[in-house]
Design a protein around this ligand. Structure first.
Ligand code: IDP
Ligand code: MG
Length: 133
């Protein structure tokens, strides 16, 4: 890979799949010239989700988060390009849709932090961990 080329893990959560916006979201990353290097449609097990969100295990919303993420299939993707981790997070917008502007994915497609339709890695290190999972 060229210097600064990174990979990030982005997943469309069960509510995003349910909402029927998988194509719209993928299109935004393609338009931004991200390269799709892997994609999987899967119903993640509780065990896998607990590992994915292990850093949040002491937060009050953790049990509900695992249940939500386990409520239906997700679209798990790996995207690669220069500085993709940061750019991907910018495209998602703030974690809480109430804190972010229209023009971001959270700003355009959802309302509540507990149902925020999409995940993106927050660092190169967490991307590596999440891709391995
Ligand atoms: P991130 O997804 O932007 O990295 P994190 O703080 O790592 O944000 O939280 C992971 C996920 O947990 C969020 O995307 C959201 O689905 C959920 N979450 C975060 N904060 C809350 C909350 O206050 N209530 C309910 N769910 C939350
Ligand atoms: Mg996070």
């Amino acid at each position: 890979m060229a210097p600064n080329t990174e990979r990030t893990f982005i997943s469309i959560k069960p509510d995003g799949v349910q909402q029927g916006i998988v194509g719209d979201i993928i299109k935004q990353f393609e338009q931004k010239c991200f390269h799709l290097v892997a994609m999987k449609f899967l119903h993640a097990s509780e065990e896998l989700l607990k590992q994915h969100y292990t850093d949040l295990k002491d937060r009050p919303f953790y049990p509900g988060l695992v249940k939500y993420m386990n409520s239906g299939p997700i679209v798990a993707m790996v995207w690669e390009v220069l500085r993709v981790v940061k750019t991907g997070r910018l495209m998602l917008g703030e974690t809480n849709p109430a804190d972010t502007k229209p023009g971001t994915i959270h700003g355009d497609f959802c309302i509540r932090v507990g149902r925020n339709i999409i995940h993106g890695s927050d660092s190169v290190e967490s991307a590596q961990k999440e891709i391995n999972l």
